[in-house]
Write a protein that binds this ligand. Structure first.
Ligand code: GDP
Length: 445
């Protein structure tokens, strides 16, 4: 996501790097470039105008810092303004004082609403809530079934109309679901409503009726980020027809430009609260404007990376591994495999590396990183005997041939892995002996 914008902005900044001081002409030229970058990223014109005007005003103003060079100052201003336009502070879900908290989802068909319902339910469950998913999309064939599948995957309860009991009346289903949630002690109710392919009055009326019947604590408007500028007009139509408290952007993984994300808050006055970045339930998180701005400007998103690591590993596992690494003793191929699998659990390597600062510059190389490479390495190690994994020196020519055959790779690949492992082992030893990593500050070269 945001690759196009990120690339453009980074190149604007790099052309400023050599300047000792920025003249008004420099600032004008930079603002022109930023304007083009935003328009190319499909950001709504009104938003672009506002954004660029603010950058210009601040860059020309007296904000001259001794600590930052001109390029850094511009980056800082753009960063501040990006955070602002993305909504400023993170807007968290508001829970009702007396449960259940009722969250209603609205949006077009295909926006990813049902998928999102499952993701949100899982996210809430992971935080100790007991959500109930409610199927109020009674128009689209299979919608109820699809939501039930989602609920099953998210391991949460679902409420769907019983035959003869309010079938065909989404308002009645919504109302009953709240009662049901109270009885069953669900503290959050997520109501999935019907979407249409386009905006129509009937759709809006139905959503508004459901809203009036259940008085949700939060109405979330779900919108596909890939529809670009249309996201803004759709949001406006829903704002007028139903009204909503927050926005959920879906399919951010498929949107290289990011125009929707940068426009929707400014145009509707409602914050982006969550973002969806893939088809899997885990591809979902609360939306943090500051972190997103950091990613756009290629400053990395270390906070999200750390949180993902914390979510994925249990502490004991991590402590055990850290101890091995520090002692440098007996680091075997089994440990190597275990370590690799831990990283693998955190999600696609490309996404993880993409969150490191400066990685935006290496996008081409990143795109070549293939998770299947890791799977191949794992397959090779698994084809070794326990003895070989403990003592890789045993792995001679004939053993390599056997391992290659067992794991379906070439002998060269097996040899490459063994050599890399020895290097890693050597490095661990040096680190544990306090010599630092070669090539790193403080390390020996
Ligand atoms: P609904 O009609 O609004 O309920 O939309 P669905 O939840 O059925 O989603 C429509 C399609 O988009 C499905 O194929 C989903 O798998 C897919 N989808 C949903 N969210 C995402 C996302 O964040 N990223 C990607 N790549 N696909 C998504």
């Amino acid at each position: 996501m945001f690759e196009t914008l990120s690339d453009r902005l980074t190149s604007v900044f790099s052309s400023l790097r050599s300047k000792g001081r920025l003249s008004d002409a420099d600032i004008d030229a930079t603002c022109r470039e930023i304007r083009i970058a935003l328009l190319e990223a499909d950001v709504a014109l009104a938003v672009v105008k506002d954004f660029v005007a603010r950058i210009k005003e601040r860059a020309r103003g007296a904000e001259v810092s001794q600590a930052l060079n001109p390029a850094q100052q511009v980056v800082k201003i753009v960063n501040d303004e990006l955070i602002e336009i993305l909504g400023g502070e993170t807007r968290r879900l508001r829970y009702a004082k007396t449960p259940p908290t009722v969250v209603m989802l609205a949006g077009l068909q295909g926006s990813g609403k049902t998928t999102l319902a499952g993701k949100l339910a899982k996210w809430l469950r992971d935080q100790g809530h007991a959500p109930l998913l409610v199927a109020c999309d009674l128009q689209r064939p299979n919608a109820v079934q699809q939501l039930s599948v989602m609920a099953e995957r998210a391991e949460v309860a679902v409420f769907a109309p019983e035959p003869g009991n309010g079938v065909g009346d989404p308002v009645a289903v919504a109302r009953q679901s709240i009662e049901h949630a109270r009885r069953q002690q669900h503290d959050v109710v997520i109501v999935d409503t019907a979407g249409r392919l386009g905006i129509d009055q009937e759709l809006m009326r139905q959503a508004a009726d459901i809203r009036d019947a259940i008085s949700p604590d939060e109405v979330l408007f779900v919108v596909d980020a890939m529809i670009g500028q249309d996201a803004v007009s759709t949001a406006q139509a829903f704002m007028d027809g139903v009204g909503f408290d927050g926005v959920v952007l879906t399919k951010l993984d498929g949107d290289a430009r990011g125009g929707a994300a940068l426009s929707v808050r400014h145009v509707t006055g409602r914050p982006i609260m969550f973002a969806s970045t893939g088809e899997k339930l885990a591809d979902f998180d609360a939306f943090h404007p500051d972190r997103m701005a950091g990613r756009i400007l290629d400053m990395g998103d270390i906070l999200t990376l750390i949180e993902q690591a914390q979510k994925t590993f249990d502490e004991q596992e991590a402590a055990k591994m850290a101890e091995k690494l520090v002692s440098g003793d007996g680091f075997t191929l089994d440990d190597f495999l275990e370590q690799m699998m831990m990283v693998r659990k955190m999600g696609p390597i490309k996404n993880l590396l993409g969150m490191m600062p400066g990685m935006g510059q290496m996008r081409d190389q990143l795109n070549q990183v293939d998770d299947r490479d890791l799977d191949r390495i794992a397959a090779i190690i698994r084809s070794m005997t326990p003895g070989e994994r403990q003592e890789p020196k045993l792995i001679n020519g004939s053993r390599r041939a056997r391992i290659a055959k067992g794991s379906g790779v070439t002998v060269t690949e097996v040899s490459g892995l063994v050599v890399r492992f020895f290097e890693a082992q050597k490095m661990m030893k040096r680190m544990s002996q306090g010599m630092g990593i070669p090539g790193m500050p403080g390390g020996r070269n």
